[in-house]
Design a protein around this ligand. Structure first.
Ligand code: NAD
Length: 542
């Protein structure tokens, strides 16, 4: 049982700053962007609290200005990954024994700095490294602080939950960290997710080996440095950018891997799960596998839907951060009766979106993350343009001369099973199927079953009976469901996030449901008056 003082009040979400012209935060962010744009940061591995420099390095470039190098990052190989596992295991006992309120203090201090003096360091590195606009970076960094504060509070609530005791017996539950280390592998698209994957297990006393994404490594490195500055002991989190295949080979298969905390594509999670299966007899424990993975998120409109907010939800939901949120809308079902107005709205609104450099604050959309993503999006657009089954309603253009720019694209598909209606693209491409109003039930079934994913979904309708019907029909089609709202923008503590089916294990990041996966309960019964009896009273002879 941790030596705990359960005094932490339920936190509030960090309020977003506005960055209005003339505001102090705008000036501060601009200065930080200029500072970070003018330097090339050398990023080491951090193992056992020490910087480790390797010969193998990668260059980190700005997606919307792909010749501009902003960092050079060391890559770990077999030797360093083994060192990282050893360092994590060496730090384990002391970290586990540290009273939980002292562990928590490190993360609460980090949250205060993230929302205070360190905010623009993280915002600027996220904007430049991951091509996020001001607002997209701001909500990402606010979420990072929320993860820390809600994580500490959720841990407290778990620890408080104790079994019943009766006269002469004290029962208690010791929530132990897992018996081994956590392997954390994070995606490029949220600095907050990068930070949360190794940190959530650490809050409840685990140690980890963390592989950030190579395209988010600058912001993730700044976060790692902040944790160390706040007093995170050496070895509790080991920061090892490396090739994914090396992480699988040398860390995932280690007998002491007790948990795997992942966010990224379905294919990678499934490959790791298979690998864990192959090694299952060799692990000291059955590893806990937590993965939040791909999506094919939808907006489904009813004929009674209000068209203006529907169009706004389609545009923001599909194109903010270039459609690279796991929750981004990438398919929509629109009834034929309102399609002409929806189409008109989409054409006008997407044509007005500014696509460009995030340092110009009127930019709505910047570049996709890298060349591979650019090629994927281009492929979908080119095939749709050539297909007799599709009509390009808006966009359909791209330009990689300076940055990896894909213009916001809307494709109307004759079939709800056309490739762009069912596969995750992870770019600013929205596919639409227009259904006959009389085919509502059948189209709801198609929405539910056509794609293997189940992450987010939204319905738009004014008719309450229709909302009831749609909610029931789509209950298993997503983990986060929205009514008359876009399918993105979940906030920690308000809309706990995660999906099922091919979208993940639905362990709801930032909540107790996630935290509990990093704990192994140890039930302790103590008798104050131990009994000496062997026979039971009913055994007495009459
Ligand atoms: P990705 O799967 O390509 O990469 C994720 C991480 O896995 C990276 O660090 C990568 O280097 C690593 N990796 C790649 N191959 C590996 C291997 N063989 N073994 C071990 N690790 C390996 O994903 P991404 O492009 O960074 O992110 C986009 C994906 O993440 C999308 O599919 C998106 O839907 C998903 N995502 C889901 C959520 C969610 O909450 N469900 C949130 C964010 C992103």
């Amino acid at each position: 049982m941790p030596n705990a003082y359960f005094t932490i009040a339920k936190p509030a979400n960090d309020p977003f700053k506005s960055y209005l012209p003339g505001s102090p935060e705008r000036a501060e962010l601009k200065a930080e962007l200029a500072r970070q744009s003018a330097q090339v940061v050398k990023i080491p591995l951090i193992i056992g609290g020490k910087e480790v420099w390797t010969d193998k390095t990668i260059q980190v470039t700005i997606p919307h200005d792909h010749q501009h190098v902003i960092a050079e990052c060391c890559m770990a190989g077999e030797k360093e990954l083994k060192m990282a596992v050893d360092a994590a295991l060496a730090a384990k006992d002391a970290w586990e024994e540290m009273p939980w309120e002292h562990r928590s203090a490190i993360f609460l201090k980090a949250a205060d700095l993230i929302t205070g003096s360190y905010r623009q360091v993280l915002n600027a590195s996220t904007m430049l490294g991951q091509s996020k606009t001001v607002f997209q970076a701001e909500i990402d960094i606010a979420e990072l602080a929320d993860f820390l504060r809600f994580g500490v509070w959720s841990a407290q609530e778990i620890f408080k939950d104790q079994p019943l005791s009766v006269d002469g017996i004290w029962n208690r539950q010791d929530y132990r960290p897992l018996d081994g280390f956590i392997c954390a592998i994070s995606p490029f698209n949220f600095t907050s997710i990068g930070g949360n994957l190794p940190t959530a297990p650490a809050i409840v006393g685990n140690v980890s080996v963390w592989k950030p994404s190579r395209t988010a490594v600058l912001s993730n490195y700044y976060y790692m440095k902040l944790l160390m500055w706040c007093g995170l002991p050496a070895g509790v989190i080991n920061f090892v950018p490396c090739a994914g295949s090396d992480m699988s080979r040398y860390v995932v298969s280690h007998p002491k891997m007790a948990g795997f905390h992942f966010t990224g594509s379905t294919a990678v999670f499934q490959s790791v799960w298979k690998q864990v299966g192959e090694h299952i007899a060799g692990y000291a424990n059955y590893p806990r596998l937590v993965g939040e993975t791909g999506g094919k998120d939808y907006i489904f409109a009813h004929p009674s839907a209000d068209v203006e907010p529907l169009v706004a939800a389609l545009v923001r939901g599909s194109f903010e951060f270039q459609g690279q949120k796991c929750s981004a809308c990438s398919r929509a079902f629109i009834p034929a009766s309102i399609w002409p107005q929806v189409k008109q709205g989409l054409m006008e609104k997407t044509a007005a979106l500014k696509v460009g450099d995030v340092q110009e604050f009127d930019t709505f959309m910047a570049a996709v993350i890298d060349q591979a993503s650019f090629q994927t999006c281009k492929g979908y657009i080119d095939r749709a343009a050539a297909s007799p089954e599709c009509e390009i309603v808006a966009g359909g253009t791209y330009d990689d001369s300076k940055g990896w720019f894909i213009h916001p694209t809307v494709i109307r598909c004759d079939s709800p099973y056309y490739e762009s209606m069912v596969r995750e693209i992870f770019g600013p491409i929205l596919s639409i199927y227009v259904y006959e109003d009389s085919q509502l039930d059948e189209t709801l079934r198609i929405c539910d079953t056509a794609s293997p994913y189940a992450l987010t979904g939204a319905v738009f309708a004014q008719d309450r009976q229709a909302i009831v019907k749609m909610e029931r029909a789509l209950r298993n089609s997503c983990g986060n469901f929205y009514i008359n709202d876009k399918c993105t923008g979940a906030i920690v503590g308000q809309q706990p996030f995660g999906g099922a089916r091919a979208s993940g294990t639905n362990d709801k990041a930032g909540t107790g449901l996630n935290m509990i996966r990093w704990l192994s309960a140890h039930a302790v019964k103590e008798s104050f008056s131990p009994s000496s009896a062997i026979n039971y009273p009913y055994m007495a002879q009459p």
